[in-house]
Design a protein around this ligand. Structure first.
Ligand code: SF4
Length: 226
């Protein structure tokens, strides 16, 4: 039975289009290096120039929430990350997040920042991107999302060049992000900006941010399924 207009209510008949579910080490964010189950939802309305998950734009399989949560449980994880694509592009992402929290996992959501996070279960750790100028999707940032961030959440900037860095530094200050979330992540765009250069900029400006390298790329060179 479906419950109309209550997207956060769990309903095992509801479905999502899923690209992959896999168990790996968390490659990013505060829980980097910890064993985590990833649920990758299909589809994204954005087209960032550096996107490394274009294989998730289309395809995938329709799965019930019951089948998704059963596969997650088969790995007995402590941590579950819902990602994409842009997971919030599918409304049934909201009940999935609530069900995963109900099951007792520490749940995080990786989102582009282009879609409202207002109805995301408050137990979920939001890892919210702010898209920089060189992403070519800066105009998609929904800055209203910042009002919904709490001290369990994280904000991520993927930085392609010095202009992106300056822009991110400005946004850090404009929104007081260092005091609003647990971590502000500065991640060099893979193949565009060296991590060392970004590290030196952060140190020179004494910024209250965490340099983030993508562990899964170091370990598995971007192969799907990791
Ligand atoms: S929001 Fe993420 S999945 Fe979508 S195009 Fe940008 S990097 Fe790729």
């Amino acid at each position: 039975m479906s419950v109309v207009n209550s997207p956060a209510v769990a309903d095992t008949d509801q479905q999502l289009r899923i690209t992959e579910i896999f168990y790996s080490l968390q490659g990013e964010a505060r829980t980097v290096g910890l064993p985590t189950v990833f649920v990758r939802l299909t589809g994204c309305p954005l087209r960032c120039v550096y996107c490394d998950t274009a294989y998730a734009f289309t395809g995938g399989d329709m799965r019930t929430l019951e089948s998704i949560t059963a596969e997650v449980a088969s790995h007995s994880p402590a941590y579950v990350t819902v990602t994409g694509g842009e997971p919030l592009a599918q409304p049934n992402c909201l009940p999935l997040l609530a069900q995963l929290c109900d099951a007792g996992y520490e749940v995080s959501l990786e989102t582009s920042g282009a879609m409202s996070v207002a109805q995301v279960d408050p137990r979920v750790v939001k890892v919210l991107d702010l898209k920089t100028p060189a992403s070519a999707e800066m105009s998609r940032n929904d800055y209203g999302n910042i009002d919904y961030l709490t001290l369990i959440d994280q904000v991520k900037f993927v930085i392609c060049d010095r202009a992106d860095y300056e822009w991110a530094r400005f946004k850090l200050d404009e929104f007081g992000l260092a005091n609003k979330v647990s971590d502000v992540l500065f991640s060099p765009s893979h193949g565009q900006l060296s991590a060392r250069e970004l590290a030196e900029w952060i140190l020179a400006d004494n910024l209250p941010v965490r340099l983030q390298l993508q562990l899964h790329k170091l370990l598995w060179n971007d192969e799907p399924g990791h």
